[in-house]
Write a protein that binds this ligand. Structure first.
Ligand code: NAP
Length: 249
């Protein structure tokens, strides 16, 4: 069983930054036609240019995943770009505004649930039935260690990703018989554009893990790509922690 994606189309949400960009890069290097999405067109086009320069096949679709119409439109455009099929869906895009519960603005709360929960939900609603009709497909959701570990200041974010954990198992039950595998990864602290504002705070968080260091986007992407590949053919409904051992202790 290989990690070859030749002939397959993969939609990677948030593929223009951080973990998503690493996933897109690794999938393209393994032969996938990669469709990445994000709101920032310049960053999206930059990544596409890099992937193409390296010999890969890639497209960018601008989409605001806080808007349901945009989510549905992204799914349709990805199908079109894939010549009628999307074989791999990586629900990676996410937002993580932190703060005490009493200070979380209702607009932030709604945005967290719209981007982190509703968007993956409706992307799966649009794409998984088509995968099922073809008898194959792989979905990988990106959650977080704080979906498992209660952490002060991360109630809204952690709970949204805990919902995605349950969705992973629900979808495994719903689509498995049709040959569609659904799994998740739960990263620990990882250095990306999105966590740059945390500075040394990220190192402090990582110092509580047995490996005592922050992760790289490539390390998270390696697990995502494995789960999306045929090498993981019997792995289904599982979450792979990629967190330096944080959940082990
Ligand atoms: P990042 O560098 O901030 O990237 C986030 C991506 O999501 C960007 O591509 C961004 O694109 C996209 N995105 C955000 N809001 C969007 C919206 N409304 N519509 C469409 N796209 C949107 O973050 P990251 O650190 O790589 O995180 C990726 C995933 O890993 C997230 O789900 C995050 O929760 C999870 N995670 C990260 C860590 C960590 O320590 N980094 C740890 C655990 C889990 P645009 O800005 O162009 O829209």
């Amino acid at each position: 069983m290989t990690q070859d994606f030749a002939g397959r189309t993969a939609l990677v949400t948030g593929g223009n930054s951080g973990i998503g960009r690493s996933v897109a890069t690794q999938l393209a290097a393994r032969g996938a036609h990669v469709v990445i999405s994000g709101r920032d067109v310049a960053r999206g086009q930059d990544v596409v240019a890099q992937l193409r320069a390296a010999g890969g096949t890639a497209d960018f679709v601008q989409a605001d995943l806080a808007e349901l119409d945009s989510v549905r439109s992204l799914a349709k455009q990805a199908i079109e770009l894939g010549g009628g099929h999307v074989d791999v869906l990586v629900n990676n895009a996410g937002i993580f505004p932190f703060g005490p519960t009493a200070e979380v603005a209702d607009t932030d709360f709604d945005a967290v649930y719209a981007v982190n929960v509703r968007a993956p939900f409706y992307l799966v609603a649009e794409l998984a039935p088509l995968m099922a009709a073809r008898g194959s497909g792989a979905i990988v959701n990106v959650t977080t260690v704080v979906a498992y570990v209660g952490m002060s200041g991360m109630a809204a974010y952690g709970s949204s990703k805990a919902a995605v954990e349950l969705l992973t198992r629900s979808w495994a039950a719903e689509f498995g018989a049709a040959g569609v595998r659904v799994n998740a990864v739960s990263p620990g602290p990882t250095r990306t554009e999105g966590t740059a504002v945390m500075g040394e705070g990220l190192d402090n968080l990582a110092s509580t893990t047995p490996l005592r260091r922050v992760g790289t986007p490539d390390e998270i992407a390696a697990g995502i790509v494995f789960l999306a590949s045929d090498a993981a053919s019997l792995i289904h409904g599982a979450t792979l922690p990629i967190d330096g051992g944080r959940l082990a202790v």
